[in-house]
Write a protein that binds this ligand. Sequence first.
Ligand code: PMT
Length: 220
Amino acid sequence: HQERDLEGFSILITAGPTIEDIDPVRYLTNRSSGKMGYALAEQAARRGARVTLISGPTHLKPVPGARMVYVRSTEQMLHAVSEFFPEADAFISAAAPADFRPARALDHKWKKSQGPLKLDLVETPDILLAASRAKRPGQVVVGFAAETDMPVEHARRKLVDKGLDLIVVNDVTKPGAGFEVDTNQVTLIGKDGSAEALPVMEKHRVADHILTRVRQVLRV
Ligand code: PMT
């Protein structure tokens, strides 16, 4: 229906979780499957965009027609986004990068005989904020917000704090929404503060709604 309305545009998307090593056998990560970001990449490619998909570790197949860039840690995802953002017309940050990492990754496996393992966690870089700060006129930056309470309020704050054009908020405690499932239920919050609440639908259809909003903001 939308035909190839994204032809001529370059869209950068991140998907999936990132992984932060504790020791050579253990790590920290989160529940992201990558489905939301891959659905965005698939629909964007279908609609004619040149797509770069930066993916954390997932079980999903590469997206046909997209340039695939695989990363593991939040730091690596930051580097990949910094490399590809300058050439992108739009950046959609659907990934769930680990927000914390062990202050030091151990180079040997921690043994139970050594006693309880205490983890000192430090913050990882905020990729979306870095992109938004590097944004040049005409570039569109879209964030997600994964919330467990007062989703719209928290998302509005993220939109303002990170200088975004659009934020896609999902309440990840709701059935049929958020992590792992094939569907999502989101509210799209624009720069003007407007909130468009969508019903539960397939992630591919959510992706189409987001891409249509992106298309409206992009230069003609
Ligand atoms: O992958 P699925 O299983 O399909 O699940 C989809 C999803 C729930 C992961 C997705 O819909 C979603 O909400 N993605 C954002 C997850 C997240 O990290 O939300 P946040 O509210 O913690 O972060 C806000 C924004 O900052 C997000 O756009 C995120 O990509 C970005 N971020 C977060 C942390 C960080 N260190 N760098 C970032 O750029």
